[in-house]
Design a binder for this molecule. Structure first.
Ligand code: C2E
Ligand code: CA
Ligand code: CA
Length: 712
């Protein structure tokens, strides 16, 4: 019975008197109860001493005085042990209740006999005593303990609130669905808001609004789900003004008594400074201060990545050691400043002549390493190396004078020259020394066979350049016929007979022309010759022939091609309906918006567009729908074997029916025998080209065929 209220005490009295016929002695029960209460039951006068008329035994525990000391103010009056600061208030409150005829409840301090200060709670009521005099009856209990607990709680609350409010780290509570339930001023400050309230209002969708990387909140929730907490969870976040900072979060889940997730709670540190510092250190560790290029630290790691990529995609990877030929001379004679600016200039030139997929590393001193990725032909690597030599070899101004610097390049190729970074670097280095021994300013491959290929290729490139300049290139024509074998048109095919090399196949020189840019003047020659010949023939024919010219993907890099064709048409006086342009699917792999633009410009000239080699590349239906193509040229590989290989026949059949259903003209190339012709014709193929009808022929031969054979 620690807390007995006045009400239950009074109720009990009523009950007891009601049941007075039972064989119990109510006054005894009452007596026991009253004297065993944890507190003091009293009756007192309303005088200035609160003179006690009755107090229960609880008096001793409460005040330290025996009941007889208090009753009739024998030793002390109750007023005198009441704290002097509280006396007036107590009297007022009691007086008020009495005047209203209501109960009172008042809290105040008393001093016990031994001088201890106690908080007490007194509840009571004014009643008439047996003589009709107004007295107080009530109950006083010790509240000191409660008060102390309350006080401690209040202090603790205050203390923690202070901690949270004044903390320099951000503190938050967020709901699972991503809004703030609480935030402290530091968090608001970190995120750039003027108050926690503003932050809570503004950030209603943390996942979308706060994190720079939209997946970060999901990751946070995922970890919470998995471990119930996150530690040092680092993310980049947006502040109110949209600037970005880095934070580190420590947080845990909060659950209710049923174990349900209520919210997340945690802290936020602003770690932007540390991050900056870290990036700076990383930069310093991985980049060359002078040139801004990567330094050798990451070379190995990067090479391993390049190797695994090349292995996966089946590409060649080239590692090139570049060593400047005259660096020591310049550095010694002109001084370090000049040496430095030479290195910076070379670094710039190297970066400029490589593609974005390649990397330049400053290995140290005047040595650089190039990592050339994604080459599917050795030829294109050779072209790139030649370009690097040319660039480095261009004159350079140092200390007001012009210098020319050469370089020795050594190249190792993955996979043939090594399977790991270590051996590739070693072999590239060895090849570089070979280049130095060869008399500098040249490049060498580690594998001698590649050196032969490279030499031959460079010679061929030079020869081709001269051949174009000196008009050694010729154009042959291969007829295309309809199902009744009537000639509808001709495909122009470049031919090169070199004094030195003999007949060079287009399969060899076209790729070189493409990689070196010679394809532009080469195409110019083909367009000019093919258009002129066709114009001449058509003047004598009743039904004019169409002339088809192949356009390399490379020509689609700039819009000039449209003007070139227009100029050649005009020069030959050939109408656009007589012109077909054959393009391959790889045209679409670059900037397809630009390509689309060029194709539409060509279309508006009135020429016909054909998709060449269909069925070899990606052959996407998307291209066929999106691009303004009139003709599909089914690749030779879909024709060869068509007569006895069911698989090939099936594909050919599908391509023909696809082309027809899209309203395109379908042309079969490489038709070599009757059986193939019959099959294709039976499937509804529109046009045919191949050795069965005719090999590519010189202009003279075509003239003979057209006008002797009665084709007029
Ligand atoms: P392409 O455009 O697919 O040309 C058809 C190739 O197949 C020609 O080879 C032609 O001689 C050959 N061919 C024709 N009928 C048959 C046949 O029945 N059986 C066999 N086995 N082959 C046949 P060519 O003339 O050696 O040209 C090869 C490739 O070189 C061409 O393939 C084309 O991609 C390219 N090319 C040729 N001339 C030019 C040109 O002026 N410009 C461009 N960009 N590329 C050209
Ligand atoms: Ca072609
Ligand atoms: Ca073809």
């Amino acid at each position: 019975m620690s807390r007995v209220s006045e009400i239950s005490f009074l109720n009990m009295r009523t009950k007891l008197s009601l049941n007075s016929e039972l064989p119990v002695d109510p006054s005894r029960i009452l007596d026991t109860l009253v004297n065993n209460l944890d507190g003091m039951v009293y009756r007192c006068r309303l005088d200035e001493d609160w003179t006690m008329l009755f107090v229960s035994q609880g008096c001793i525990n409460l005040t330290g005085y025996a009941p007889r000391d208090l009753i009739g103010n024998a030793s002390v009056s109750y007023e005198s042990i009441t704290h002097f600061e509280d006396r007036e208030r107590v009297r007022e409150e009691i007086g008020m209740a009495i005047s209203l005829g209501s109960r009172f409840s008042v809290r105040y301090r008393i001093f016990t006999k031994s001088g201890v200060l106690k908080w007490v709670h007194e509840r009571g009521v004014g009643v008439q005593d047996e003589n009709g005099e107004l007295v107080l009856e009530g109950f006083i209990e010790d509240e000191t303990m409660n008060r102390e607990i309350m006080e401690a709680l209040k202090n603790a609350e205050h203390y923690y609130r202070n901690l949270v409010e004044n903390a320099s780290i951000g503190i938050f509570q967020t709901s699972v669905d991503g809004h703030y339930l609480a935030a402290n001023p530091a968090l608001a400050r970190i995120y750039g808001y003027s108050s926690p309230e503003e932050l809570i209002r503004a950030l209603s969708d943390i996942g979308r609004q706060l994190y720079v990387d939209g997946n970060r909140r999901q990751e946070f929730r995922h970890q919470m789900q998995l471990h119930g907490e996150v530690a040092n969870f680092e993310s980049e976040v947006y502040r109110k003004d949209a600037s970005k900072i880095w934070i580190s979060e420590n947080a845990h889940v909060v659950r209710n008594v049923n174990g349900d997730l209520v919210c997340y709670e945690g802290t936020v540190h602003d770690i932007t400074e540390r991050k900056l510092h870290q990036t700076l250190l990383e930069r310093q560790a991985n980049y060359d201060v002078l040139t801004g290029l990567l330094n050798r630290n990451l070379l190995h790691k990067m090479l391993e990545q390049s190797i695994s990529r090349a292995g996966r995609l089946g590409y060649f990877l080239a590692i090139v050691f570049v060593d400047l030929d005259n660096f020591k001379f310049i550095n010694d004679s002109l001084g370090h400043a000049a040496g430095d600016s030479l290195l910076v200039e070379v670094a710039t030139r190297l970066k400029e002549c490589l593609r974005s997929s390649d990397t330049v590393v400053r290995q140290g001193g005047d040595e650089f390493v190039l990592v050339l990725n994604d080459h599917y032909r050795i030829g294109s690597i050779v072209t790139l190396l030649q370009r690097v030599l040319n660039e480095i070899g261009k004159p350079i101004m140092l200390s007001g004078r012009e210098f020319q610097v050469g370089a020795s390049l050594g190249t190792a190729i993955y996979p043939q020259d090594g399977n790991d970074a270590q051996s590739l670097l070693k072999h590239a280095d060895a090849a570089m020394y070979a280049a130095k021994n060869k008399g500098r300013n040249n490049f060498q491959f580690y594998t001698s066979e590649l050196n032969r290929v490279a030499d031959e290729r460079l010679n061929l490139e030079n020869a081709l350049r001269i051949a174009i300049e000196q008009d050694e290139l010729d154009v042959f024509f291969q007829p295309k016929v309809d199902s009744s074998r009537r000639i509808l048109g001709l495909e122009a095919l470049a031919r090169w007979t070199s004094a030195e090399w003999g007949i060079v196949s287009p399969e060899r020189f076209i790729p070189i022309a493409e990689e070196t840019g010679l394809i532009v003047p080469l195409t110019e020659v083909v367009l000019q010759k093919a258009f002129a010949a066709t114009s001449k023939w058509n003047a004598r024919l009743n039904s004019p022939l169409k002339i088809a010219v192949n356009l390399s993907p490379r020509l689609f890099l700039d819009k000039e091609i449209v003007k070139r064709i227009e100029r050649q048409m005009a020069a030959a006086d050939l109408p656009s309906f007589s012109i077909e342009l054959e393009i391959t699917e790889s045209v679409f792999m670059g900037d397809s918006e630009k390509t689309l633009g060029i194709l539409h410009d060509l279309k508006s000239l009135g020429v016909t567009l054909a998709m060449d080699d269909f069925g070899t590349g990606y052959s996407s239906l998307g291209y066929l729908r999106r691009f303004p193509l009139d003709i599909i040229k089914m690749d030779r590989s879909l024709v060869t074997g068509i007569e006895h290989e069911e698989e090939v026949a099936k594909i050919a059949r599908a391509v023909i029916s696809l082309g027809k259903s899209l309203g395109k003209t379908v042309v079969a190339e490489g038709v070599e025998n009757e059986a193939q012709f019959q099959f294709l014709e039976g499937q509804g193929c529109h046009e045919f080209q191949g050795y069965l009808i005719s090999k590519p022929l010189s202009g003279k031969e075509i003239s003979l065929m057209l006008f002797r054979g009665g084709h007029s």
